[in-house]
Design a protein around this ligand. Structure first.
Ligand code: SF4
Length: 353
């Protein structure tokens, strides 16, 4: 059955001015992969031609680091009949007047959603943020500010301009009562990417054997997918259904069969623990934070075995495959295909080591 794609999330850039610990695409100042206007318009044209996609989101990383390109691409998407959403950390909303200048062109385009990341709340002290592992700034890079001023400026400006606005809460409730925005229903942190490395070990409480589903993405019939400058159509971050630059969107969508595609089929059949069993890998930890934590560690180790599926590099961090986690030196892999040579990759690396 073709992939029933309705929304395309454009990872305009993996670069970000901040480097939040919970980020699952390793966003940060050093993650430079950024889409060109030509790539964005090509993807938008392919999405519009597909017939099932009705909206695109511009996100990242921080998409407004490529502000003029995003604006032009958003205008192109509107001209192709697609609804447009924008996800931003609002670093530019230094005061309400500035925020209005940044947002006015998007208001003229008629965007249907401005999602403001409440990630700045990860700048709060550890005990103020549920689920935070609280790594130091030295470990985790430039931290976002710990108050809501930027978000409040952006929200007030958006309201004046008539842009629908929502808070994107991850792991902790935001307090945007000063601007009357309903908060308090945060999404769970999904321990992928940097979150799997920096945050997950501190909250690990589940046995690998209990991780028998893929609970956060519909791999069977995905209605949304992410795509960056690398062209990989990611059903989950770092899990590609195919490369758009090589195959084209329609071809990937029409040929999508997750029950025969490596990694996908195991995750559907029995979650990350089934992926481990089927690939002959022993989980390296006794406890995991969630399904994504084990999934991410396994996928890191399997990247060389499945190089067309476990991409792009940007989603596996700056040290992916390059270092060995000393925490696990005493936990050897087992199983017929379980040695590092046959697994095709070293043990998970920690980007800060
Ligand atoms: S279990 Fe794996 S594929 Fe499923 S949502 Fe988590 S990281 Fe993505």
């Amino acid at each position: 059955m073709p992939m029933p794609l309705e929304g395309l999330h454009l990872l305009v850039t993996y670069r970000c001015n901040w480097e939040c610990e919970h980020c699952f695409v390793w966003g940060g100042p050093d993650n430079e992969s950024t889409m060109t206007l030509a790539q964005l318009t090509d993807v938008i044209d392919q999405a519009a031609q597909l017939g099932t996609v009705d909206h695109v989101y511009f996100e990242g990383g921080e998409p407004t680091l490529a502000y003029p390109v995003v604006l032009k691409a958003a205008a192109h998407a509107r001209s192709r009949g697609l609804a447009v959403g924008l996800v931003t950390n609002c670093f530019w909303a230094l005061d309400e007047q500035d925020a209005e200048v940044w947002l006015a062109p998007f208001a003229e385009l008629g965007i249907f959603d401005l999602s403001v990341s409440t990630y700045p709340f990860f700048g709060l002290p550890d005990d103020a943020v549920a689920g935070s592992g609280g790594g130091s700034e030295e470990e985790s890079g430039p931290a976002a500010p710990a108050d809501a001023t930027l978000l409040e400026n952006a929200i007030r400006a958006a309201r004046r301009l008539g842009i629908p606005v929502a808070a994107l809460e991850v792991g902790a409730a935001a307090d945007l009562s000063a601007v009357g925005l309903t908060c308090g229903d945060p999404d769970a942190i999904m321990y992928r990417g940097r979150a799997a490395v920096d945050l997950a070990p501190a909250v690990a409480s589940r046995s690998p054997e209990s991780l028998t589903t893929c609970p956060f993405e519909d791999l069977d019939a995905p209605q949304r997918a992410h795509l960056g400058a690398d062209g990989e159509l990611q059903v989950c971050q770092g899990l590609s259904a195919g490369n758009l630059w090589r195959a084209g969107l329609r071809s990937i969508v029409d040929a999508y069969d997750p029950h025969t595609r490596p990694v996908f089929r195991d995750l559907i059949a029995g979650g990350p623990i089934e992926l481990a069993r089927n690939c002959g890998l022993q989980p390296l930890r006794k406890l995991y934070a969630d399904e994504c934590h084990l999934c991410y560690e396994l996928r890191e180790r399997l990247r060389q075995r499945f190089p067309e599926v476990l991409v792009p590099d940007a989603c596996y961090g700056p040290a992916a495959g390059a270092t060995h986690d000393a925490d696990h030196d005493d936990e050897a892999e087992t199983g017929s295909a379980g040695d590092e040579a046959s697994a095709g990759g070293p043990a998970p690396g920690r980007h800060s080591s």
